[in-house]
Write a protein that binds this ligand. Structure first.
Ligand code: GDP
Ligand code: MG
Length: 164
């Protein structure tokens, strides 16, 4: 697929919230009205006129903090195979967790661009907590965002669509 973004990370970091934001207002409203589940796996969006597909990889572990090594591998393999850019989402509220480390270890095998998205940075002060995630050992920039209120998502998208 062309211009495909995958969002990976452990449960409850906010992957589906970012997905809903990236696929845009119109589709989210339509889905609400028809009562269709919001846990879609593929969606489409555009930023500054560049069109892309987004994959929300976490559907099969929804609502649960239990996730097993096989599921991490499955989620990451899907992202590595199908995406052009991978968003590795973590949570500034929680900081670096053991599961984040497990995702990082599998993601390191990818040669595709990976951005760390430090979600739940709802305020400027909480954005400063994002620096902690350099401990995961990735070279690229870390983007503090709030998927809930949208802050930081513009800077993230500028970087992502530079690959398209
Ligand atoms: P997923 O399991 O990774 O798909 O995570 P969800 O998108 O389902 O979000 C998990 C929880 O985190 C929900 O209660 C969201 O409302 C909350 N959440 C998601 N994004 C943010 C954010 O930017 N800030 C805050 N404070 N909460 C968020
Ligand atoms: Mg989800």
């Amino acid at each position: 697929a062309q211009n495909t973004i995958a969002i990976v990370g452990r449960p409850n970091v906010g992957k589906s919230t970012l997905f809903n934001r990236l696929v845009g207002e119109r589709k989210a409203i339509m889905d609400n009205e028809s009562g269709v589940t919001r846990d879609r796996h593929y969606g489409h969006g555009n930023w500054t006129g560049k069109y892309f597909t987004v994959i929300d990889t976490g559907g099969y572990v929804r609502g649960s903090d239990d996730i097993f090594e096989g599921e991490i591998r499955k989620q990451v393999d899907l992202a590595i195979n199908e995406a052009d850019v991978i968003l590795f989402m973590v949570d500034v509220d929680a900081g670096v967790t053991g599961l984040d480390q497990e995702f990082a270890d599998v993601l390191r095998r990818s040669k595709k661009p990976i951005y760390i998205v430090a979600n739940k940075a709802d305020t400027h002060a909480r954005g400063h907590l994002a620096g902690e995630f350099y401990a995961l050992g990735f070279e690229g920039e870390i983007f503090p965002v709030s998927s809930q209120n949208g802050s930081g998502t513009g800077e993230l998208l500028d970087a992502v669509v530079s690959h398209f």
